[in-house]
Design a protein around this ligand. Structure first.
Ligand SMILES: [Cu+2]
Length: 67
C-alpha cells in the first residue's frame, strides 16, 4: 500500500481532484483520502514516483511515506 502526505489537500474538492488524477493513471486503483491527516493511501501497480508526479502536475506536492 502506498502512502503520501499531501499538505495542500484541504477540502473535498482537493480530494476529488486527487482521486480523479490517480484513477486517470490507473482506473483499477483504490484511493483513500484522509483530510484530517492530509494523507492519501493508494493501492496500485503504478510506481509511487509516477503517482507523485501526476499529483504535482495538478498542483499537489506530496511526500511519499510508503511505496
Ligand atoms: Cu480543496
Amino acid at each position: 500500500m502506498q502512502k503520501y502526505k499531501v499538505p495542500d489537500m484541504t477540502c473535498g474538492h482537493c480530494v476529488q481532484t486527487i482521486e480523479t488524477t490517480i484513477k486517470g493513471l490507473d482506473p483499477a486503483a483504490t484511493v483513500a483520502c484522509d483530510l484530517g491527516h492530509k494523507e492519501v493511501t493508494v493501492a496500485t501497480g503504478i510506481a509511487a514516483d509516477r503517482v507523485a508526479a501526476a499529483l504535482a502536475d495538478v498542483g499537489f506536492e506530496s511526500e511519499i511515506l510508503a511505496r
